[in-house]
Design a binder for this molecule. Structure first.
Ligand code: GDP
Length: 302
């Protein structure tokens, strides 16, 4: 239900327009596809993805000899699910270590909802009975450490920190030792998100990652890139920047509740081949949901 509510803005604009399209046309022709293309592009599905999708739809409609526009809607859902499920990455699941420490690194630009997401995920793990530690790796942005501490208090999780301005790699080293000493199940690592100096930030992230790798072979087990759905195609270019610099394993897409352009999920999938693991559907602690392809796609039309 949360998932459905969170998508209501996207659904309202998207399904309304598709329904309207389907009811206005008597047959599935070139013009029909052109209008559909426009609707998909304005939902931020991304031009390249839309073109693939329309091609696919055309051949499927021809193959099945579909004449009635009403019947195209089901094919659209099928094709959207196909796009999303192509690829081998796990969808909506995290690579968790059994009986051992799992380290999750969160990266992303300031303001996308990184700290909030870490707080929400910490809460989720705690509810599952796991022992969680958080690392305040954004030593650069004023207030970032305190903000993580507020979340720590709220959800009852310890935060490992150093003073503002200190070396994030040193914070990570400390955090890994503390997490091990406490026999924690999960270590959630915040990182800086200033994009003013891209090269510096990417170097910093690499160093942070190296420290974690050195201390725990195989870690970090996930590198989750947090993206703000309301920034549309901008989110896509951020994703490109980050995945060039570091091995991103999945996406958390925040603020899906605040946009009518939830099609960005499909663009991320089709153009970057990265799975969306979680979606943020509000500001509260339980407003984070594992991504579910079918719920999402049907949520666009339901
Ligand atoms: P950071 O700079 O990336 O750490 O971003 P913050 O975690 O401080 O979040 C920035 C703002 O976005 C805050 O006001 C959050 O409450 C808000 N926010 C984060 N996630 C969501 C979400 O899923 N939905 C909505 N509506 N707001 C969110």
């Amino acid at each position: 239900q949360k998932f459905k509510d969170g998508l209501s803005k996207t659904r309202n604009s998207f399904s309304e327009r598709v329904n309207d399209l389907v009811s206005r046309y008597r047959q599935v022709d070139e013009e029909f596809f052109e209008e559909l293309e426009e609707i998909l592009i304005s939902a931020d599905v991304g031009v390249a993805t839309v073109l693939d999708l329309i091609d696919d739809l055309k051949s499927e409609v021809k193959r099945r000899n579909i004449k009635d526009p009403q019947d195209v809607q089901a094919v659209i859902s099928e094709k959207l699910i196909d796009i999303y499920e192509s690829g081998e990455e796990q969808i909506g699941e995290l690579n968790m270590q059994q009986n051992d420490l799992t380290v999750i690194l969160f990266v992303g630009v300031n303001g996308v909802g990184k700290t909030t997401t870490i707080g929400k995920i910490a809460h989720k793990f705690k509810q599952e009975g796991k022992k969680v530690v958080m690392a305040a790796g954004d030593t650069f942005r004023a207030g970032a450490i305190e903000q993580l501490e507020v979340w720590g208090e709220r959800v009852g999780v310890d935060v490992i920190k150093q003073s503002a301005g200190s070396d994030p790699a040193a914070v990570m080293y400390d955090a890994v030792q503390s997490a091990k000493a406490r026999k924690a199940d999960v270590l959630l690592c915040d990182t800086a998100g200033r994009l003013q100096n891209k090269v510096n930030l990417m170097k910093e992230l690499e160093k942070v990652k190296r420290v974690i790798e050195r201390e725990i072979p195989g870690a970090p087990h996930e590198v989750l890139l947090v993206l703000d759905a309301t920034t549309g195609q901008n989110a896509l270019s951020q994703a490109k920047t980050f995945s060039e610099a570091t091995n991103v394993t999945g996406i958390v897409l925040t603020k899906l509740d605040g946009t009518a352009k939830g099609g960005i999920v499909l663009a991320i999938r089709n153009e970057l081949k990265l799975p969306v693991k979680f979606v943020g559907l509000g500001e509260k602690v339980d407003d984070l949901q594992p991504f579910d392809t079918e719920q999402y796609i049907y949520g666009l039309f339901a």
